[in-house]
Design a protein around this ligand. Structure first.
Ligand SMILES: Cc1cc2nc3c(=O)[nH]c(=O)nc-3n(C[C@H](O)[C@H](O)[C@H](O)COP(=O)(O)OP(=O)(O)OC[C@H]3O[C@@H](n4cnc5c(N)ncnc54)[C@H](O)[C@@H]3O)c2cc1C
Ligand code: SF4
Ligand code: SF4
Ligand code: SF4
Length: 379
């Protein structure tokens, strides 16, 4: 039995986290997307899951009242974050004040939302992981912390934030940060791709990063060493992600891709910064912060003291960022991939897209350039 229609389910897992009887599991469908399913034999028909599901009941949105171009004042923190290091800066201040932070980490072969009450654990949250992270356990634990009167800061994609928002009702101890999001592919796709490239499954992979001080690169680590390292243009998982070809079906109809926001603040890359109105500094590694509620303003005032904030117009952020206006469109490559992934693993399904061919062409070209440079060095 389902809670909402399969094509609307975001896999946020809020339903599973509120079911007192453990009757809901997130199960993989034919396309490897995790969909919430109720076990009729366990369900007591209390309706709690139906009443909090954002896909069924909607969620409260707020239009931003302020917008900032922003970055962490800690140079190293900014350098090692995906964008301006806003998430990391807020996280560290919140933990120093005794709060609990939830973010996405790669742990024991899974990308999942998990809990941190110390800075060492919270370091795992740093960096954008371009996959769908599992969030039901994270939401469940955040609800438990709130029940015990703890202060909670939660980072997630808007659909994950919406799930916790509905499940927690209006809790004053909860601060919600949503990321601007253009879509998420299943972890199974990434694992299959990594296995194809490194001959290792997630169980043997120590870490995976997408953006760091070297820019946009897919890097895979085992035993402290990088065993795979390709740019976002050469790597077919990364390229097809950025092209919007491999997302969950519901992402193409995402109701959160708009100016009105679900979190107390929204963070993302500040695309289009300075295009109309000049920006006096470099636009490299500058994030956008949208302040959507009074609580969001309080969050910045109390925990954002190590963040440089430069006021900009909300309009500038919305005009510069597609995902603040509409969901990603389904391209021809996305349609091909969607058909193929039902019957093939990622590494085979993606081969039929023009993106795969473009990546291979670039890899061959770069290989030749490297070879030519090597020969020239020897002469
Ligand atoms: C799947 C995804 C898609 C995105 N799409 C866009 C976009 O289209 N446009 C745009 O402007 N910005 C997008 N972003 C946001 C961008 O990548 C940066 O996260 C953002 O600019 C903040 O950067 P930062 O340096 O402050 O923090 P970062 O170092 O990026 O960390 C940000 C926080 O994101 C959380 N996080 C990381 N991966 C995930 C995940 N898979 N699911 C949920 N939470 C996660 C971490 O817990 C961390 O707290 C996306 C992020 C993700 C994860
Ligand atoms: S609460 Fe989230 S996971 Fe559960 S059915 Fe609704 S959208 Fe799907
Ligand atoms: S109706 Fe109640 S018991 Fe049944 S799955 Fe939903 S939350 Fe669980
Ligand atoms: S695009 Fe929308 S539905 Fe998909 S992961 Fe992002 S917020 Fe969730």
């Amino acid at each position: 039995m389902q809670i909402c229609k399969e094509e609307l389910c975001t896999g946020c897992g809020a339903c599973a986290s509120v079911c007192a009887f453990g009757a809901i599991k997130l199960l993989l469908n034919q396309s490897f997307e995790r969909i919430a399913k109720i076990d009729k034999n366990i369900c007591k028909d209390c309706k709690k899951c139906f009443n909090i599901c954002p896909a069924l009941k909607g969620v409260e949105y707020n239009f931003p009242t302020a917008c900032y171009a922003s970055y962490s004042k800690d140079i190293e923190d900014r350098k090692t974050s995906a964008s301006g290091g806003i998430a990391s800066s807020l996280t560290n201040s919140f933990i120093t004040s005794g709060g609990i932070v939830y973010g996405t980490a790669y742990e024991n072969g899974k990308f999942l939302i998990t809990r941190a009450d110390n800075k060492a654990k919270a370091k795992l949250f740093k960096g954008s992981k371009y996959v769908k992270s599992d969030s039901e356990e994270g939401i469940k634990n955040a609800l438990l912390d709130l029940k015990q009167g703890k202060k909670v800061l939660f980072f997630g994609t808007p659909c994950q934030v919406a799930g916790l928002k509905n499940a927690s009702k209006d809790n004053q101890n909860l601060y919600l940060v949503d990321l601007i999001c253009h879509g998420t592919p299943s972890q199974e796709y990434l694992e299959d791709h990594v296995r194809e490239q490194t001959k290792k499954g997630f169980a043997d992979i120590e870490n995976i990063s997408f953006r760091d001080k070297d820019g946009w690169r897919l890097k895979v680590y085992t035993n402290g060493k990088v065993v795979y390292n390709k740019s976002h243009q050469e790597d077919v998982y990364f390229k097809s992600f950025l092209n919007g070809e491999t997302y969950r079906q519901n992402c193409y109809f995402c109701s959160f891709a708009k100016g009105e926001r679900v979190g107390d603040i929204t963070i993302g890359d500040f695309w289009g910064l300075g295009k109309e109105k000049p920006f006096d500094e470099s636009t490299e590694k500058v994030s956008v912060i949208l302040v959507n509620t009074e609580k969001g303003q309080k969050l910045l005032e109390e925990y954002g003291t190590n963040i440089k904030l430069i006021a900009r117009e909300v309009k500038e952020a919305i005009e510069g960022n597609d995902q603040l206006r509409a969901p990603t469109k389904i391209s021809k490559n996305a349609q091909i991939f969607k058909q193929e992934i039902k019957i093939k693993p990622f590494s085979k399904a993606i081969k039929l897209t023009s993106t795969y061919k473009a990546c291979k062409k670039l890899q061959r070209r770069n290989k030749l350039i490297r070879l030519a440079k090597k020969i020239l060095k020897k002469i």
